[in-house]
Design a protein around this ligand. Structure first.
Ligand code: MG
Ligand code: ZN
Length: 216
């Protein structure tokens, strides 16, 4: 039984990768750069997207966001409240987005009207790693409030992403976390080949650096 399940899982992942490649091509054909944000519940993904999008829009870029959640449209409403156009993408039960769900959202968007699309994954540091969606960049957002052992506990998500962001730097002292421990674990895990950016979405410290790091 266990072997059968492994086989099914393999097919699911293979099919997901096929659709992710097709999403990537669709987005490229429309000249869109896409950034996926993964991270725990409460790490600050939605707030960071809002801040990054504000800066991109001030540079004249047309930005759209897909807000992934199990249920509800809270994030979409927060995004729209900031002036960022957005759509909800609800998984219903699943704890991660998959390429097919993202495809259905893309089909609802007038793609030639946008330059940048953000995809906010469901709050989860485990299975999103296995389900690429077709984005140019996969970013992981963690926060100092999650403790200093996040990199040591979640190798896969950091290895399956292009860049990592450490949010809530402004309260690191208050929660007794040394950001350098997290950064050092990340350097060891990635062999120093990928960057982790510290920021505080609340004070906006470090947000401009992330915009530049993403190539905007
Ligand atoms: Mg959110
Ligand atoms: Zn999942």
């Amino acid at each position: 039984m266990h072997i059968v399940q492994v086989g099914m899982e393999y097919d699911v992942l293979k099919e997901n990768n096929r659709i992710a490649n097709s999403n990537y091509r669709l987005l490229k054909e429309n000249g869109i750069r896409t950034i996926e944000l993964m991270g725990s519940i409460g790490s600050g993904k939605t707030s960071l997207i809002i801040k990054l999008a504000e800066r991109m829009r001030s540079k004249g870029l047309r930005v759209y966001a897909i807000a992934g959640d199990v249920t509800g449209d809270d994030d979409q409403r927060r995004m729209r409240g900031s002036g960022l156009e957005a759509i909800s993408c609800n998984t219903g039960h699943e704890c991660h987005l998959d390429a097919n769900l993202v495809r259905k959202s893309l089909e609802k968007i007038d793609l030639d009207k946008y330059d940048v699309v953000f995809i906010e994954n469901v709050g989860n540091l485990v299975c999103p790693a296995d389900f690429p969606l077709g984005a140019d960049y996969r970013a992981v957002v963690i926060s100092t409030t999650e403790g200093d052992d996040m990199v040591r506990k979640h190798h896969d998500i950091f290895l399956h992403s292009d860049v990592a962001i450490l949010n809530k730097m402004d309260i690191a002292d208050a929660v007794g976390v040394d950001p350098e421990v997290i950064m050092s674990d990340y350097r060891k895990l990635t062999g120093g080949l990928k960057a982790m950016y510290g920021c505080s979405v609340k004070t906006e410290e470090g947000v401009d650096e992330i915009v530049s790091a993403l190539g905007f």
